[in-house]
Structure formats: structure tokens, C-alpha cells
Design a protein around this ligand. Sequence first.
Ligand code: FAD
Ligand code: NAP
Length: 381
Amino acid sequence: MSNFDKNNPFPSRLVDRRRLSSAGSQKDTQHFSVSLEGSGLTYKCGDSLGVFPTNNPQSVQALLKAAGFSGHESVTIPKDTSSITLHDALTKRVSLNGPTYKFVQLLHDRATAENEKAQLAALIAEPDAEKKKAWIEQREYVDLFAEFPSAKITAQELVELQRKLMPRLYSISSAPSKYPNEIHLTVAVVRYETNGRKREGVCSSYLADRAQLNAPEVPVFVANSHFGLPADDNIPVIMVGPGTGVAPFRSFVMDRATRGAKGRNWLFFGDQRKDHDFLYADEWAAYLKSGALTRLDLAFSRDQAEKVYVQDRMRENAAEIWKWISEGAYFYVCGDAKHMAKDVDATLHAIVAEHGKLSAEAAIEWVKQFKKDGRYQRDVY
Ligand SMILES: Cc1cc2nc3c(=O)[nH]c(=O)nc-3n(C[C@H](O)[C@H](O)[C@H](O)COP(=O)(O)OP(=O)(O)OC[C@H]3O[C@@H](n4cnc5c(N)ncnc54)[C@H](O)[C@@H]3O)c2cc1C
Ligand SMILES: NC(=O)c1ccc[n+]([C@@H]2O[C@H](COP(=O)([O-])OP(=O)(O)OC[C@H]3O[C@@H](n4cnc5c(N)ncnc54)[C@H](OP(=O)(O)O)[C@@H]3O)[C@@H](O)[C@H]2O)c1
């Protein structure tokens, strides 16, 4: 048993950090290892790791400067009793992005320059809801202070309007049978540009750029999940995990290989380009050679004019997928929820209808039961 959980995270040491995507990639996907030594924490394949990030110090400084604060101001975080400095609150406790129209309203009420007040009033009254939403989504607090410098608010008002800085979850990509005292993560570092400014995801950039190697400072907890390998090692598994969605499947295959489990393992992996984004290519090659991985089907979307996705590979192998399912296989999906997981789900329904010789309605019922039986599991985000 461990004393560490979400309310009392373990200050883990980051012991490895390396790029998985090559320098020529359009993405920055990285591998991280954190040590569990001294924590008493345990995990199983399919679990996630919660990470509490801190904000980028440069972003904190930029916000303090734009808002006209020193950082020494004393503030109290809502639902907390003790006071801390504004600098510490902005670094560890609140989110620097995601301002709302409540904040825009406050700026409007406090603006002393007529042109700013009029512009803020027009933004609040904007009738086109989509336009209104898009405008605020492109801005962080720092942008609003910079755009409306005549509006002065107090440090306490600011932290009361900011969202709490939340931990981020990452699917664990190591197996406890091989690494009982370490947890591996496979993370796409979020970097983009809006409103003429470079932005970064808080937690992925914290792990990639700011967390010190070998210092006990990354607060983590294990988030248990129902997502996981079948209890029976002989059951075959089909895993669909493009991009960072491959994370839990590295854990699954590593675990079965380490324990010498006999069940067959079939992975569908995809990403942008084979030469740059083939995550853990050497490991898959070794697992294929040893027989731990039975099949690997790849879909590199940007290596040719037409997009090729994992569900295209599923369609090409529909009869074989149905055969595995008929032989008892579990079917797993991990990664992007918005597009990929929906399309893979539709493809699974089509395979069930065609090869199970079912109507579309009957296929829906069949897949529902497949899910209820715990044989169709998804870890999508
Ligand atoms: C169960 C679970 C498992 C997960 N597993 C993994 C995993 O294994 N690997 C992994 O990498 N992630 C995983 N995630 C996602 C992860 O938790 C974070 O959401 C992700 O790392 C982004 O967090 P961040 O703090 O870096 O970015 P944030 O600071 O949260 O910023 C992300 C936000 O930035 C904005 N944004 C991003 N890109 C753009 C753009 N191009 N244009 C405009 N706005 C943009 C969007 O509003 C987006 O929501 C998982 C999530 C869940 C719930
Ligand atoms: N919660 C989140 O914040 C979240 C979740 C998932 C992804 N993302 C964003 O995605 C970035 C990378 O994530 P990732 O590494 O996991 O990879 P990803 O973006 O999910 O991409 C992996 C592969 O999936 C392909 N793909 C795109 N649409 C698809 C679809 N409808 N069906 C099947 N495959 C599809 C991509 O192709 P193309 O790109 O060539 O179309 C690429 O080859 C992150 O930096 C993040 O910005 C964010």
C-alpha cells in the first residue's frame, strides 16, 4: 500500500527523457520514465499516470508584467485558507489560459480608456456565438491584459477568476512485470501558434522542457483503470493505437513478452511518416522477431498523396479480424477520441455486419454486447 494518491502526489524523479519522433518530424513525441522508488506505488497495464505540472516561469513573468503586478502580492486560492504570493499561485495553482467572458466583463467594468471600454462592450455583445467563442479561445490572460492596459484589477480578483491548474493523465507505456519501479510515458508535446503568439501545452512542455532530470520534483499519482489485458493469457488481443495511442499497447506487449504469455497479439499502428514518426520501431521489430508480437499493420498517413489510416488497414484485414474475434480476441482502441476512435468504431461495426452477416441494427447490438462483455475496450482522449 502507498500513502501517495491524487490528494498527496508522490514527488517522483524523472530518470529518462528522449525524443521518439526524429528531428525531421512535424511532431515532437517524447518518451519519459519516472522512478517510483520509495513511493510504494504499484500499477497495472492499462493504468494511467497523473502528473501535476507547473506553469512556464517565462509565462508567469509575462503575465505579471502585462497585468502590472510584482508577484509579491498576497492572495488566497478559492476553497483554501492559507495565503500565498501571486507568483506562487500563478506558478503552481492556477491556469494561465482559458479566460472567460466573466473576466472580459470585469476588464470592461474597470477600463478607463474609452476606446478599450467600447471594444470590450462590443465583444461582450457580439451576436455571433461562434465568433465570440473563437475570439476568447485564441487568447490567454496575458493577451487580454496587453490588449486592454487601462483596465486594472486586483491580484485576488485575478486568481478567483482563473481555473485551477489540474493534473494531466497519461496512459502508462511500460509493464510492471518488466519495470516494477518505473513508469514510462509516451507524450505528444503540444506546441502551436494562435493570435500571433507561440503557445505550448502546460504539462507536456513541463515534462519536455522544465522538469529537472533526477530531481525528486515531478508530482505524480497512479490512476487505476478498467482498461487492461484479459486475465487469461491465452486470449488473443487486437490493439489499435495510432500516435500516442500506442502507449498502453507497448505496455501490453511488453508484459506478455516478459511473462511468456501465449496469447496472440496484433497491433495496428499509424502516424504521419515512417522515417520520422515510427514510435518504438526497434522494439516492435524485436517483438515480431521473438514472436511476442504476432502481427503489426502500419498506416503512415503522410507518406503518399492519399491519407492512409489504421481503419484502412482494418478494412484490408476485415476477414482476419473477424476470425480473431470469433476465436475470442479482445479488441482495444487508444488515442484521439474526436476523429480516430469514432472512425475505428464505425469500421468495427462494418466488419461485424459484413463478416458476421448481420444487419446494421443487429451489428450495433452485437458491438454493444461485445463492449458489455469487456472484450471491446477504449482508452480515448
Ligand atoms: C486517460 C487519458 C490518457 C491520456 N494519455 C495520453 C498519452 O499517453 N500521451 C499523450 O500525449 N497524451 C495523453 N493524454 C492527453 C493528456 O492528458 C493531455 O491532455 C495532453 O498532454 C495536453 O496537455 P498539456 O497540459 O500539454 O496541454 P494543455 O495546456 O492542456 O493545452 C491543450 C489545449 O491546447 C489547445 N490546443 C492544442 N493544440 C492546439 C492548436 N493546434 N491550435 C489551437 N489550440 C490548440 C487546445 O485547447 C487543447 O485542449 C491522455 C488523456 C487522458 C484523459
Ligand atoms: N486531448 C488532447 O489534447 C489530444 C488528444 C489527441 C490528440 N491531440 C493532438 O494531436 C497531437 C498528436 O497526437 P498523437 O501523437 O496522439 O497523434 P494523432 O494526432 O492522433 O495522429 C496519429 C495518426 O493518426 C492519424 N489520423 C488523423 N485523423 C485520423 C482519423 N480520423 N482516423 C485515424 N487516424 C487518423 C494522423 O494522420 P494525419 O495527422 O496525417 O491526418 C496520424 O497519422 C497532439 O500534439 C495534440 O495536439 C490532442
